[in-house]
Design a protein around this ligand. Structure first.
Ligand SMILES: Nc1nc2c(ncn2[C@@H]2O[C@H](COP(=O)(O)OP(=O)(O)OP(=O)(O)O)[C@@H](O)[C@H]2O)c(=O)[nH]1
Ligand SMILES: [Mg+2]
Length: 235
């Protein structure tokens, strides 16, 4: 008998809904755990190669003297990013998703396990570098306090409108690799306009993780977020 397409797709939708509902519960559990420990958690997302790891290296170098940080980094394979980030002195946990099917995102239960390897009492800030992907990571709440999307000027202007969920759900956008602008035919005003169209009022920081330009404003934003969280802990 020919399969009934409608039933099949209904089943698939139900399964996806259930997966997201289970993830949502686990994310709330993570959020409570991090809040009890007074840890501020930031989820950093982007397409592959936009500069997440480079930005985080530079951010950690600047922020770590005063703020105790650790990192969970997700990739399908390799420990390249963990090795680069460990140079900063922060404890780093690498998650390789090829161990469980090559997921294109980090889910809440994965963060729960990875966080077991970190002394949460000894940190103020947990940075999560998500798997490079502009679609799936946006759909999985992992219990973070803030979400940041990195968009590099080599990716074209229109990513915010092509992948609106990511930009809608994030709390800040980092427009990276601005050192390359003189070599590109890139309409920065249009890119910024697209971000604002999708998420009006979201802070946008223009940075070069390579040269360090613009990092101060982004780091001040992050510091302020952490300060507010830590102040709430001491009440
Ligand atoms: N010119 C320039 N290159 C950069 C900048 N930031 C990162 N890069 C380069 O871009 C490439 C990718 O950077 P990564 O930091 O590894 O990017 P990523 O987003 O962590 O990549 P995945 O983890 O694989 O998704 C590397 O060759 C970096 O040196 C920047 O601000 N300017
Ligand atoms: Mg990386």
């Amino acid at each position: 008998m020919k399969p009934v397409e409608g039933n099949k797709s209904t089943r698939e939708v139900k399964v996806v809904t259930r997966v997201l509902a289970v993830n949502e519960r686990m994310a709330e559990q993570n959020r409570r755990r991090f809040a009890e420990k007074g840890v501020f958690v930031i989820n950093v997302m982007s397409s592959p190669g936009s500069g997440k790891t480079t930005t985080l290296q530079k951010t950690l170098e600047r922020i770590m003297p005063g703020i105790r940080a650790a990192v969970i980094v997700g990739d399908v394979s390799t420990t390249h990013d963990a090795d680069r980030l460990a140079v900063t002195g922060a404890p780093v946990v690498q998650v390789n998703t090829d161990a469980f099917g090559g997921d294109c995102h980090l889910a809440a239960h994965v963060i729960e396990k990875a966080a077991d390897a970190i002394d949460l009492d000894a940190i103020d800030l947990l940075i999560i570098e998500n798997v490079g992907n502009l679609v799936c990571p946006a759909e999985f709440d992992i219990g973070e306090d803030a979400r940041v999307v990195v968009l590099s000027v080599t990716e074209g202007e229109d990513k915010p409108v092509k992948y609106p969920t990511m930009f809608r759900l994030c709390d800040a956008a980092l427009l990276n690799k601005i050192d390359l602008l003189p070599h590109l035919d890139y309409d920065k005003a249009q890119a910024v306009g697209y971000i604002q169209q999708v998420h009006p009022g979201m802070p946008i920081f223009e940075i070069s993780a390579r040269s360090g330009e613009g990092l101060e404003a982004w780091i001040n934003w992050l510091r302020e977020k952490i300060r507010v969280k830590l102040a709430a802990r001491s009440k």
